[in-house]
Design a protein around this ligand. Structure first.
Ligand code: DGT
Ligand code: CA
Ligand code: CA
Length: 574
């Protein structure tokens, strides 16, 4: 039974894909995609909201028709519209969309002109050179398709962190309620906040293991039991996620947690240090000879081998161990350090809430400031602002600021960086703003040299404050554009401007390794929600996770500054 928002979002995405392959009305398709996005970002399960008798049409982008479909899915477990679409199109056709670079339009052409229905048929069509002749494809596209299919076949399925979170947290709560359970932690890459996770590793401390294993394999979402023993079991959930369970005594919880959090290469390095000290370390504890000297808590494990406690996000064997030896680990930024958010949209463009609603939501998080950064005119699909509409919004912001206490809206724009590196709005429109966030939304396939020059040129613009989602990647959907990030980080340093870490779960861009580089160069990063609705501020936690993986401290993050200090810093860029 699909019951999590991610399940319903997946159904809506598939409907949108199939409708698009059929060539349906674009507005109808967009409605399903929007709804999928809203559901994907909602912090509360819609099933729970329905149980409580809440009206789903109050959610942004959900009208009567979509609300009825959500109810249908939650109550009967499937959607009759999707059932019908499955009868009209081959069942395998949606698989084609999983190949990067193949969108619904291409699937439509491949299906109609070459009768391609499966990934296998797609591969053969590309290999035999039949695709290049199709209008809009060509030889280069054909080669790309061939390579993408090969790469896809070699890639194990991974789940985006935010999607895995929905399944992990529900299962965790269920296990926590089992008799005799004292602690439950989702370990592995999930705890390290990797942007995607291969499987979930759940660790439970309990007096007796059997009742926990039983509860686990009987969990309502289990589709298949791979193995079940006395202290461990593995299952596959209906959504396709594999979950490994380990139950341990609470005296070993710390050692087991350390072992199953990984990463493997971090563990190997820690074990080597233990060996040099004549110690043995495993998932039960740290031992000198037969004597157990640590293992109840992770802190005790690190202390026993002479290391400071290393937060999970750092455990990738990228130098964190040497720092822990010398007591120089970074004091990682936390969500409570954030004083504001510098990238958000409203109803004026493609957002769902009013200025006031966004401001109040940010204030309720304890924020001091929120920058409103709508799209600019070039982005017509998002109904981007021209100079006149921007000026009107600025006037509205002035009015709101005059009446609000404890929350300041900053005037900004997410301005398109055009192909030649110029900005999509004239200087006199930008001059009235507090900050200018520049973004690449087109021409992703320029050569590395051209793409880099384009962005560098934009950054030189006197009003430029910050580069949004610097690599443009969408996790599992679009590769980063080819760009020399080292040069961009250096330019940001020289120019005194900032880079964004976009916290949207599909982006998480700037990537952790580049955060590390920016930090070394002394370039401040802003962790921004890119909120399109009041719910989206919840995504900041994923941005914080990526920032911590990138070793960022409070001082490295622009939006940990007070409004006064922030104003001083952004003024200097202009
Ligand atoms: P994933 O699931 O691919 O996103 O990545 P992880 O890191 O969650 O990896 P997974 O699920 O294979 O294993 C979970 C943790 O268990 C891993 O991070 C470290 C630990 N582990 C697994 N296999 C070994 C091993 O052979 N040696 C050591 N030292 N640790 C291991
Ligand atoms: Ca795992
Ligand atoms: Ca695992």
């Amino acid at each position: 039974m699909p019951r999590h928002n991610a399940d319903i979002a997946a159904i809506f995405e598939e409907i949108a894909d199939l409708l698009e392959i059929q060539g349906a009305n674009p507005f109808r398709i967009r409605a399903y995609r929007n709804a999928a996005r809203i559901l994907g970002e909602l912090s509360e399960d819609v099933a729970t909201m329905l149980d409580k008798g809440e009206d789903l049409t109050r959610l942004p982008g959900i009208g009567n028709d979509l609300a009825a479909k959500i109810k249908e899915i939650v109550s009967i477990g499937h959607c009759s519209l999707l059932d019908r679409l499955h009868k009209e199109l081959p069942a395998t056709i949606a698989d084609l969309l999983k190949i990067p670079g193949i969108g619904p339009k291409r699937v439509k052409a491949l299906y109609h002109d070459l009768a391609v229905q499966t990934v296998e048929q797609l591969y053969r069509a590309a290999r035999d050179g039949r695709i290049r002749a199709l209008p809009g494809f060509g030889e280069k596209t054909e080669l790309n398709i061939l390579q993408a299919v090969e790469a896809h076949a070699n890639q194990a399925r991974r789940f985006k962190l935010a999607v895995a979170a929905q399944y992990a947290e529900a299962l965790k709560n269920s296990l926590a309620a089992a008799p005799g359970v004292s602690q439950v932690t989702v370990a592995g890459s999930y705890r390290r906040m990797r942007e995607t996770v291969g499987d979930l590793d759940i660790l439970v401390a309990a007096a007796a293991s059997e009742p926990v294993v039983q509860r686990f394999i009987q969990y309502q979402e289990v589709a298949k039991i791979l193995s079940a023993g006395v202290t461990r079991a593995s299952v596959v959930l209906e959504c396709g996620v594999q979950v490994d369970l380990r139950v341990v005594k609470s005296e070993s919880f710390g050692a087991a947690l350390h072992y199953f959090t990984g990463s493997k290469s971090h563990n190997v390095a820690v074990r080597r240090i233990a060996q040099k000290k004549g110690l043995k370390i495993n998932e039960y504890g740290v031992y000198r000879g037969n004597k157990r000297i640590a293992g109840q808590s992770e802190e005790s494990v690190y202390a026993a081998v002479g290391l400071a406690y290393i937060p999970p996000e750092l455990r990738e064997n990228r130098g964190e161990i040497a720092l822990a030896q010398s007591g120089r680990l970074p004091q990682l930024v936390t969500q409570s350090d954030l004083r504001g958010d510098l990238h958000a949209h409203t109803k004026a463009t493609d957002g769902h809430n009013s200025l006031r609603e966004m401001a109040l939501a940010a204030k309720s998080l304890g924020f001091e400031y929120l920058a409103i950064t709508e799209h600019s005119r070039r982005l017509t699909v998002a109904h981007g602002l021209d100079p006149l509409r921007l000026s009107r919004q600025c006037a509205e912001i002035d009015k709101l600021n005059a009446e609000m206490e404890g929350m300041t809206l900053l005037k900004g724009i997410e301005v398109d960086i055009l192909e030649d590196g110029s900005l999509d709005l004239p200087d006199n429109a930008l001059a009235q703003l507090d900050l200018v966030v520049g973004a690449v939304h087109s021409q992703f396939d320029l050569s590395r040299g051209k793409q880099t020059e384009r962005i560098l040129r934009a950054m030189e613009h006197p009003y430029f404050t910050m580069l949004a989602h610097p690599t443009g990647r969408l996790i599992q959907r679009r590769a980063p554009y080819d760009v020399d990030m080292v040069r961009i980080i250096r330019a940001a340093k020289n120019r005194g401007c900032f880079l964004e870490l976009n916290a949207h779960p599909e982006r998480l861009d700037l990537l952790d390794t580049y955060c590390q580089m920016a930090r070394e160069e002394g370039v401040l990063i802003s962790i921004n929600s890119d909120a399109h609705s009041t719910h989206d501020f919840a995504n900041l936690r994923f941005g914080i996770g990526q920032a911590r993986r990138g070793w960022l401290e409070k001082k490295d993050v622009l939006n940990t500054r007070s409004l006064k200090e922030l104003r001083r810093l952004i003024k200097q860029t202009m």
